[in-house]
Design a protein around this ligand. Structure first.
Ligand code: CUA
Length: 280
C-alpha cells in the first residue's frame, strides 16, 4: 500500500503531538511535585487545636541544621503566627490546618499554594535561599472577609534570625528598704548555643550579664536594685536580651503610707503628711 508522503508527515506530526501532550501532563502532575492534600496523615479535631501538640502554639521550630518546621493555623480571617519568620538558606516544612472552614495558604509570588481543610494537615517543604518578604493570601472563599484574609512570611537574613523568647518577672511596688528583683528568663529555641548579653536599665542604673544559653534551654538571670538607690516614685525599666526588649515600671513607696495601713504602728511615727517633705 502506498501512503502519500504528506500523509506520512501529518501522521508523524500527530503522533509527536500526542506524545508531547502526555509528557506535559505527566510532568505537570508528577515532575512538579504537585500533590493533593493527603489523607494518610494524622487528622486533627479543628475545635480542639488548643490541645494538639502541633497546633496549640502556632510557631516555627528548629529541627536540624538549616531545617525548620512551621505550624500554621488558618482561620476566619487570619493566619497564625503572623508574621511567620524563617531564616534565609533554610528548608522549611509547613504544616497547615484550619480551625473552621476551608481556606488556602498561598504565598504570593511562589509556588507555595495549598488548600487548608479543617481536620486535615497540609504539608509542604520549601527551600528559601534569599531574604525576602512575602504576602500570604487565602484563595478559597471562606466568608464575608475572605478578601482581607492575609498574612506575612518573612525570610530574614540568617544572622538576624533567632528563636529567642524573653520574659521578665518583676514586682510593681516595693518599699524604700526593699530590693526589687528582676527575674529574666531567656529561652533559646534554636538547637545551637547562643551567646548574648542580658541587660537591665532602670533610672541611672544599668546592669549587664554576658550569657551563653544552650540549645533549647532557658537561662534565668536575676538582677536586684535597692529601693533606696532608686528613690521614691515611679521608675520605668527596660530589659533587653538578644535584640528583644521588654519594659515596665516599678513604684518605690515612701514606706509609710500603706493604702490600707492605718493600723500600722510605724506609719504615724513621723506624720501622715507625706506630701509635706517635698513641699518648698
Ligand atoms: Cu480564608 Cu478565604
Amino acid at each position: 500500500m502506498n501512503i502519500h508522503t504528506y500523509e506520512k508527515l501529518w501522521l508523524i506530526a500527530a503522533m509527536l503531538l500526542i506524545v508531547g501532550f502526555i509528557a506535559t501532563i505527566t510532568y505537570g502532575s508528577v515532575g512538579l511535585g504537585i500533590a493533593m492534600v493527603g489523607d494518610q496523615q494524622e487528622t486533627v479535631e479543628p475545635t480542639q487545636l488548643g490541645e494538639d501538640d502541633r497546633f496549640a502554639e502556632p510557631r516555627v521550630e528548629h529541627v536540624g541544621e538549616n531545617q525548620y518546621e512551621a505550624y500554621v493555623i488558618a482561620q476566619t480571617f487570619r493566619f497564625q503566627p503572623d508574621p511567620i519568620e524563617v531564616p534565609a538558606n533554610s528548608e522549611v516544612t509547613f504544616h497547615v490546618t484550619s480551625r473552621d472552614v476551608i481556606h488556602s495558604f498561598s504565598v504570593a509570588g511562589t509556588n507555595i499554594n495549598t488548600m487548608v481543610i479543617p481536620g486535615e494537615v497540609a504539608e509542604m517543604t520549601v527551600e528559601f535561599d534569599d531574604p525576602e518578604e512575602y504576602g500570604i493570601v487565602c484563595n478559597e472563599y471562606c466568608g464575608p472577609d475572605h478578601h482581607n484574609m492575609e498574612g506575612q512570611l518573612h525570610v530574614v537574613p540568617e544572622d538576624e534570625f533567632d528563636l529567642t523568647e524573653l520574659s521578665v518577672d518583676a514586682s510593681d511596688e516595693i518599699g524604700p528598704d526593699e530590693e526589687a528583683a528582676f527575674e529574666i528568663s531567656v529561652e533559646n529555641r534554636m538547637l545551637e548555643d547562643r551567646d548574648t548579653a542580658v541587660s537591665l536599665e532602670i533610672g541611672e542604673e544599668m546592669q549587664t550579664e554576658e550569657v551563653t544559653i544552650g540549645g533549647e534551654e532557658t537561662h534565668v538571670t536575676t538582677f536586684t536594685v535597692d529601693g533606696a538607690t532608686l528613690g521614691e516614685g515611679d521608675h520605668s525599666w527596660t530589659v533587653s536580651a538578644d535584640g528583644h526588649e521588654e519594659s515596665g515600671s516599678i513604684t518605690v513607696t515612701d514606706g509609710e503610707s500603706d493604702e490600707d495601713g492605718a493600723d500600722d504602728g510605724e506609719s504615724d511615727e513621723d506624720g501622715t503628711d507625706d506630701g509635706g517633705e517635698s513641699d518648698e
